[in-house]
Design a protein. Structure first.
Length: 95
């Protein structure tokens, strides 16, 4: 059984079931027939001196959300896409 993935960004926690982060293998390469691929890539660079790995979430992550990019406020706002409500949730976290 494949588990949910949970990401923490700032003070928000994103819980995503496999349907929200897996890609049909043949969508990437016909030779991957019958396989699924995790659509999240680690970036080889670390975040500053923290030692933490940065991950590229990309469209596999964003397809589950409605996203607003506020250039004046220099922020990104996310809300769960109405079609993803059965397999994605966002919760507030305390520091």
């Amino acid at each position: 059984m494949i588990s949910n993935i949970n990401f923490v960004v700032g003070f928000k926690s994103f819980d995503i079931e496999p349907h929200g982060y897996l890609i049909n293998g043949t969508d990437i390469d016909p030779s991957l027939k019958g396989m699924c691929v995790i659509g999240i890539m680690p970036n080889p660079d670390k975040i500053g001196d923290t030692g933490y790995t940065m991950f590229l979430l990309g469209d596999t992550f964003l397809r589950s959300f409605y996203s607003v990019y506020d250039f004046e406020d220099k922020s990104v706002k996310l809300a769960v896409n109405i079609n993803a409500q059965s397999y994605v949730s966002i919760t507030d976290r305390k520091n």
